[in-house]
Design a protein around this ligand. Structure first.
Ligand SMILES: NC(=O)c1ccc[n+]([C@@H]2O[C@H](COP(=O)([O-])OP(=O)(O)OC[C@H]3O[C@@H](n4cnc5c(N)ncnc54)[C@H](OP(=O)(O)O)[C@@H]3O)[C@@H](O)[C@H]2O)c1
Length: 284
């Protein structure tokens, strides 16, 4: 097998639009970008194919003259796409990856009949339209057949990512954690905007005013660790202040529920003073 196998990408959404250019930049040839038939799907595939020097095709017209098939489709589509390509991929294709964080490589099991080695290869990064994050230093969770995970490891190294092996039975828990690192962190930031409304701030104002302290908190967390980054009324043991917060947030019940859940978590995991008083307050 050549050191850098040719790759066909299925899908032209958020992940594919970061991954395919990064692969190309690392010296991989992208042969085809495979889309569904709908005009909008085909247009997205054409746009991406143009960027990476590939052919835009639909599944029935794909030549599959690649060594690796990389499925970048939503989790719920992975099994169906694998089934639709099974039987046709025999010959050149020797490996197939998908990039779901939650699902295991078994979603691709239909391709094993074509003697294709399968793996799940999940980058722990957020990909959205309009942002193209660097993959340097990004952890990639690998799971699947040994020849496929070996290839994935080499590709991740070329992308300057950091691969690690994840047992199949841990994938759902891993992805619950991964979902908290970005999508639910973002949901938390939006909950902050709700809480800011109680102080008379608009959402935009909340976002602008909160970014400096959020950035510094992340910098402290990274450099000093969680315990030494914790400030505010809970570490000071200011129970009366916390009681005022809970009272004023009664009119914003969702923000209050998040405040309570996080304050209880802080009681378990971070340095706290006046634990008894705070504990009583946070019960209700
Ligand atoms: N986005 C992230 O932050 C992120 C991070 C890590 C891993 N992932 C994983 O990456 C995978 C893709 O996620 P995404 O966020 O890139 O999704 P997305 O933005 O919704 O893109 C999905 C792409 O797949 C295409 N597609 C859907 N069904 C298809 C089919 N049957 N045949 C061919 N193409 C099909 C869609 O095209 P049309 O709908 O236009 O046909 C679209 O281009 C998922 O497994 C996800 O778990 C995503």
């Amino acid at each position: 097998m050549p050191r850098k196998p040719k790759i066909a990408i299925v899908g032209a959404g958020s992940l594919a639009n970061s991954l395919a250019p990064a692969l190309r930049h690392s010296g991989y040839t992208i042969t085809e970008v495979i889309s569904r038939e709908a005009p909008r799907s085909r247009q997205s595939a054409r746009n991406l194919a143009t960027k990476v020097g590939a052919q835009a095709v639909t599944a029935p017209t794909a030549t599959l003259e690649a060594t690796l098939l990389w499925l970048c489709v939503p989790d719920r589509q992975i099994r169906a796409v694998a089934a639709s390509l099974a039987g046709r991929a025999h010959g050149n294709v020797r490996f197939a990856f998908h990039s779901s964080g939650a699902l295991t490589s078994r979603e691709l099991a239909r391709l094993r009949k074509d003697e294709i080695a399968i793996a799940s290869v999940h980058p722990l990064m957020t990909f959205v339209p309009g942002a193209r994050p660097s993959l340097a230093g990004v952890p990639f969770a690998l799971e699947g057949d040994s020849p496929a995970t070996r290839l994935a490891k080499a590709i991740v190294r070329d992308l300057e990512g950091k691969s690690f092996v994840l047992p199949a039975k841990r994938k759902a828990a891993y992805h619950a954690w991964a979902t908290m690192t970005s999508p639910l962190l973002l949901a938390f930031l939006v909950t902050l905007e709700d809480a800011a409304r109680a102080a008379g701030l608009t959402r935009d104002d909340s976002r602008r005013k909160s970014l400096p302290i959020i950035r510094q908190t992340l910098a402290n967390y990274s450099r000093l660790g969680p315990g030494h980054s914790f400030s505010g009324p809970i570490i000071r043991g200011d129970a009366e202040t916390v009681a005022r917060h809970l009272a004023v947030l009664r009119r914003h019940p969702e923000a209050r529920a998040v405040y309570l859940a996080l304050a209880r978590s802080a009681m378990r995991t971070l340095p706290v003073n006046n634990r008894k008083e705070l504990g009583k307050l946070l019960q209700g």
